[in-house]
Design a protein around this ligand. Structure first.
Ligand SMILES: NC(=O)c1ccc[n+]([C@@H]2O[C@H](COP(=O)([O-])OP(=O)(O)OC[C@H]3O[C@@H](n4cnc5c(N)ncnc54)[C@H](OP(=O)(O)O)[C@@H]3O)[C@@H](O)[C@H]2O)c1
Length: 311
């Protein structure tokens, strides 16, 4: 039996309907309809942000499939059940959408578009300096499925691109770095830092005072990874001390962002509500179907996530 849990309830129902059509209604159950007597029948969970330790209630659980590219919600919720495989969505459209989002933020800041909007509100006619792609260095944290594509396409757009990952990489047009010393070199040359790391025990709080101090003075931070990558206070301090020029944040420790959070009203922080690239049900469903079939037939999955790395 396949259990569907999704924090966005409407989306959970959509996934349950799609899976029912594919595998039969009797095979699929929405989390709110689970009763004690069917808990031992659940072998596969398809989910986004389930409550803490929820999946430990299913003694025969064998596969946990994330409904997004990130799997931090599984590890954070202590839902990685021993012996159960974990799989995630790897959708080329997600990477393309992320590229377009990052490009939009870069160009908006380089060409001062939000400042012009503010000037317009004040009927202020004032020319500002702007930057050109070839003179801008973008440093990307994380060269996985998404980071690699973003790096490669930004390089083709004419940006100077550097990227950092755990293992060494070779990407045409991108200066690739790995290891702590190399990170320091990359940060010192970076005009725009783009975080596309997964959230793990190793990367939590990674964008902190120590890292921000290593960035080129006046650099701009773009966080599209996860909120807990950033130490919020350190980021605000770095902006207020003019160590960095500002930040565009798509992800937050708590989502929706608490009304009292200083990010809301900070003039140098640009916020979006976790929309940089969203799983498209149409393009993602075939790989979830395929993974469920592959798992049932051979006990294998594509895009497997390994517990020791947490990504
Ligand atoms: N805001 C949004 O809308 C949105 C949408 C989609 C995804 N995301 C976020 O983007 C993240 C990345 O997605 P992805 O599919 O590209 O992930 P991925 O394919 O798993 O790639 C992760 C990359 O991070 C590197 N990495 C992991 N831990 C590291 C560490 N401790 N030090 C240095 N590098 C490290 C990996 O290095 P190796 O290559 O050496 O393993 C890899 O290059 C997701 O986990 C999610 O949080 C956000």
């Amino acid at each position: 039996m396949i259990l569907v849990y999704c924090i966005h309830r409407g989306i959970g129902k959509i996934w349950a309907d799609i899976l029912s059509q594919e595998f039969g209604e009797e095979q699929v159950v929405l989390s709110e309809n689970v009763t004690e007597n069917i808990k031992d029948k659940v072998q596969i969970v398809v989910c986004w942000k389930a409550p803490h330790r929820m999946f430990h209630e299913f003694p025969n659980l064998k596969l946990i499939h994330s409904l997004g590219a990130g799997v931090d919600h599984i590890f954070e919720g202590d839902n990685a059940v021993p012996g159960a495989k974990i799989a995630r969505i790897v959708d080329p459209q997600l990477s393309e959408d992320m590229y377009e989002f990052v490009l939009g933020i870069l160009l908006s800041d380089m060409k001062r578009l939000t400042t012009y909007r503010d000037q317009q509100m004040n009927k202020e006619w004032k020319e500002l300096t702007y930057r050109t792609c070839k003179d801008v260095t973008v440093g990307i944290l994380g060269l996985g499925v998404i980071g690699r594509l973003v790096a490669s396409k930004l390089s083709k757009m004419g940006f100077q691109v550097m990227g950092w990952s755990r293992s060494e990489k070779d990407i045409t047009g991108v200066d690739c770095f790995s290891g702590p010393e190399a990170l320091e070199v990359m940060l010192s040359k970076t005009d725009y830092l783009v975080n596309i790391l997964p959230l793990t025990d190793r990367t939590r709080g990674f964008i902190n005072k120590a890292l921000l101090e290593q960035l080129k003075t006046g650099a701009y931070v773009i966080n599209v990874g996860r909120g807990p990558h950033v130490n919020d206070k350190d980021l605000i301090d770095a902006i207020d001390e003019n160590q960095i020029s500002g930040a565009a944040l798509d992800v937050f420790h708590q989502e929706p962002l608490d009304e009292s959070h200083p990010f809301w009203s900070h003039p140098k922080v640009f916020l979006t509500p976790h929309i940089a690239s969203i799983t498209n049900i149409k393009t993602a469903q075939s790989q979830v179907f395929q993974n469920i079939r592959l798992f049932r037939e051979k006990g294998e999955v594509n895009n497997e996530v390994f517990g020791d790395r947490q990504y």
